[in-house]
Design a protein around this ligand. Structure first.
Ligand code: RNT
Ligand code: ZN
Length: 436
């Protein structure tokens, strides 16, 4: 094991024996405080540890992938030039290992088709399951699941931000072949790993200027999707979903794959609808959409991100909307139904740190939600005791969630507090800074 990975010994030294004992005493106190309002901290800890988060590989290399392609396109843009960006599969996987060692629980890795590992150049419509074998082996060795995404951007055939809705049939067909290949790959991955692989279709298609025809591109997209989904796979291997968006850089006037388009397509065609909380108007609450979808769908895939003024994909912080998202998952008994994936990319800070902060925050939000007296709050709502409901929700905010979080990390052999950053700094010094 490389020296920067915290072994038990190192952990013990970092945290210190005394601090460890104090931490456990704090947890016992916290457990009692929560029990007094009917909350079981043990169950909450277990529920967080049992919930995999799908961690997006693209934070590690600024969405470049391994095709050696130049510019990003399709409205996907990273800013910043922090050193240490992963340049190849070995580096990306090594960085991911460091991040995983600092995150409690067992997770999933979310990859894009552009992260295929091939000896020679293979175009996107010719990708095969074997080009992802190294990822499958990587995941198997670590007990991770994998989720998948066709890549319909950063490619010469997507240079005009039109793919599945392109007016040129040849280009449309190229992208249809690509998405079909991706579903085959995703189904293979799901079968190999024994856990269904979520294949999420997002396309950049749209127009910069006010279009003369808004229906035509959507009819072409619908026909393309019909062709793609005509092939059926075992749902134990593959879960299909589509991701909507409101606008993108360079396609400000019109997005073909809009919310209404994909939501109705998914509902009619028995596939799933993925909510990205950066893909709506800034004052829209994406958290409220989760219970709306749960009335009709048995699964709701998510991309959790942090839009700052626009779909900027900043690192997920422990902020109100993320907390609300977590509450909607927990109190609707939807831990198994809502498939949580993260989607952000910041090139201005240490990328391993960006992963760790984002995933730990998602887990902290889930823990906070699990530590609320949900049944009691619902009962207060149904009996119209709104004053007490407000009081209880607000008083819960001062409960010792931190002590429970520390205990959760201790049980998962993950660093409980900010000492994880020492590992990141050491890794940066030893490995990241020597990358050209
Ligand atoms: C883009 C979408 C999409 C991408 C990733 C890289 O706006 O959010 O999910 O971010 O596929
Ligand atoms: Zn997304």
């Amino acid at each position: 094991m490389p020296p920067y990975l915290p072994t038990d010994k190192v952990m013990e030294n970092i945290v210190g024996r005394k601090a460890m004992v104090e931490m456990m005493q704090n947890y016992e106190e916290a457990k009692k405080a929560y029990a007094a309002v009917g909350v079981d901290t043990e169950a909450a800890i277990q529920a967080v540890l049992d919930k995999p988060i799908s961690i997006h590989c693209w934070q590690g290399d600024d969405v470049h992938g391994f095709e050696g392609a130049g510019e990003l396109s399709g409205g996907i843009a990273t800013t910043g030039n922090y050193p240490g960006c992963a340049r190849n599969p070995q580096e990306l996987m090594a960085d991911f290992d460091v991040a995983l060692s600092l995150i409690p629980g067992k997770h999933r890795i979310n990859i894009h088709a552009s992260y295929a590992i091939t000896e020679e150049k293979v175009d996107r419509d010719a990708l095969k399951p074997e080009h992802f074998q190294a990822w499958i082996d990587y995941a198997k060795q670590r007990g991770l699941g994998i989720d998948f995404n066709p890549t319909l951007f950063s490619h010469p055939k997507a240079a005009d931000s039109l793919t599945l809705s392109h007016p040129d049939k040849e280009i449309r067909d190229f992208w249809i072949r690509h998405v079909k290949a991706c579903r085959e790959i995703a189904a293979y991955i799901g079968k190999e790993l024994g856990t269904p692989c979520l294949n999420n279709i997002w396309i950049p298609d749209g127009y910069k200027e006010i279009p003369a025809d808004r229906l035509g591109p959507r009819m072409r997209l619908k026909a393309a999707l019909d062709e793609i989904f005509a092939v059926k796979y075992d749902p134990n291997c593959l879960i299909d979903c589509v991701e909507s968006k409101v606008f993108g850089i360079g396609v400000e006037a019109y997005t073909v794959g809009s919310n209404e388009f994909y939501l109705s397509y998914a509902a009619k065609n028995d596939i799933y609808y993925l909510l990205d909380n950066g893909h709506f108007h800034p004052t829209e609450m994406v958290s409220d959409k989760i219970p709306a979808l749960l009335t009709m769908f048995d699964k709701v895939p998510l991309h959790v991100t942090r839009p700052m003024r626009w779909d900027s994909d900043h690192v997920v912080l422990l902020q109100d909307e993320v907390r609300e998202i977590a509450k909607e998952i927990v109190r609707n008994d939807a831990m198994d139904k809502v498939l949580i994936g993260l989607d952000y990319f910041d090139a201005s800070i240490n990328r391993v740190s960006a992963w760790v902060v984002g995933v730990r925050n998602m887990q902290k939000a889930l823990l906070e939600a699990l530590l609320l007296p949900g049944a009691k709050l619902k009962k207060l709502q149904d009996t119209e005791q709104f004053s007490e409901m407000m009081m209880l929700s607000e008083e819960m905010k001062m409960f010792p969630v931190g002590a429970v979080w520390q205990e959760l990390c201790r049980r998962a052999d993950a660093p409980a507090g900010m000492e994880w950053f020492d590992t990141v700094k050491q890794y940066e010094k030893d490995v990241l800074l020597s990358r050209g």
